[in-house]
Design a protein around this ligand. Structure first.
Ligand SMILES: [Zn+2]
Length: 378
């Protein structure tokens, strides 16, 4: 029994950053990498990574990134051996489409509940095989380099410690901060380029990407961009949070919230975040070095911190966007070790493998999902 709904590789770029969709793809395996150990940005621990490259009928190529246990359990050697005689068809089910800022390539990042079918006896696999006729290219073994220098784990800092750092010297560094959100800017989303997620500006009836190397013209994607002020007992600072991290907190897509709320109104799903305390993995924004305005981007929401002695959470949080300093100052700081971390997973129907997210280990599952660093270009 196979359950899947295939998306052609050529259409995958349109699904970048739509984390509510799981994507199923089929392809012929052309390359497999060895397993490498690395630390992705925003993560605290090293993880295992393997890349499987597949191609479509029309020869479009796609990297599927497997993390953690998926990377080590993938039957790479066996597949490569069998690939010498026969093309190896694979269906990956339940992947998320990512865009990696560094390479500009669209890849599929496997999240934990994802699975694969190797050489499944299904019509799509037969069609793919017949399209390549008798030609079989052996699978390439892609020897990936393990980074020689391990990235140091992000250190926990307070706001005053990171605020005055030299952004040129520390621009590549990640820090962990535990901050309370004090203020959220009224502009909470933007029109992003369909291809590269940078800002797109109206261009006739369509939109044009403001990135001079991209210049894509087409329909934009409405994407979260939350500018906010957050801080701890040592001070406040500007933060910016994009896309799926905001979506994970609001549990709704940007499109949905835009559709549900009048123009210029800040949805309750967003104002509800005010006065909540989170642990963020952050780094300087690109803008900090180019504009002198210190701002940190949230690379990852590590968790929400529930202080036992904090004010009880209310469903209908005040919609005021300015919370007085004294109110938050009254909240006592709880020692780190007793703080509880919660990160609720998104809810979504339909996808069979998504159900795993609702179990107790959902936080662990989220952590092994890969993500890219997103840069904000004004
Ligand atoms: Zn673009």
């Amino acid at each position: 029994m196979f359950t899947y709904s295939l998306t052609p590789i050529e259409q995958l770029p349109s699904r970048v950053d739509y984390k509510e969709y799981f994507t199923d793809v089929i392809g012929i395996v052309t390359a497999i990498s060895n397993v490498i150990t690395l630390r992705a940005r925003g993560r605290q621990n090293d993880s295992l990574k393997r890349v499987v490259t597949i191609r479509s009928e029309s020869n479009a190529s796609m990297d599927v990134v497997l993390w953690g246990e998926r990377a080590s359990s993938f039957p790479a050697e066996q597949m490569q051996k069998e690939g010498e005689a026969f093309p190896q068809v694979i269906i990956f089910v339940g992947t998320i489409v990512k865009k990696y800022a560094s390479s500009g390539a669209v890849t599929l990042a496997d999240n934990s509940p994802c699975k694969w079918y190797i050489n499944p006896d299904v019509p799509e696999a037969r069609a793919l095989l017949s399209s390549i006729g008798n030609t079989n290219q052996p699978i390439r073994w892609d020897q990936q380099m393990t980074p020689t220098k391990a990235t140091p784990a992000a250190e926990h800092k307070n706001v005053s410690e990171i605020k005055d750092l030299n952004p040129f010297k520390y621009k590549k560094m990640d820090f962990l901060v535990t901050v309370t959100i004090r203020k959220i800017d009224s502009s909470w989303w933007y029109n992003s380029c369909y291809k590269c997620v940078k800002t797109a500006k109206p261009y006739g009836d369509l939109y044009k990407c403001t990135d001079s190397e991209c210049n894509y013209i087409g329909k934009p994607v409405q994407r979260y961009k939350l500018s906010m002020i957050a801080g701890d007992e040592t001070g406040d600072i500007d933060f910016i949070m994009f896309g799926r991290w905001v979506q994970r907190l609001t549990k709704k897509t940007a499109d949905t919230l835009i559709a549900e709320n009048p123009q210029g109104f800040i949805p309750n799903e967003i104002t509800r975040l005010l006065e909540k305390k989170f642990e963020f993995n952050v780094s300087f924004t690109e803008n900090t070095t180019s504009s002198n305005k210190v701002c940190f981007q949230v690379n990852a929401v590590v968790g929400e911190v529930n202080d036992t002695n904090a004010l009880p959470p209310t469903g209908s949080q005040s919609s005021s966007l300015l919370i007085s300093q004294s109110a938050s100052g009254a909240i006592q700081r709880t020692p780190q070790k007793s703080a509880a971390f919660t990160l609720t997973s998104q809810s979504s129907g339909g996808q069979p493998c998504f159900k795993h997210h609702t179990n107790k280990n959902s936080y662990q599952h989220q952590r092994v999902t890969a993500y890219s660093t997103e840069l904000w270009i004004q």
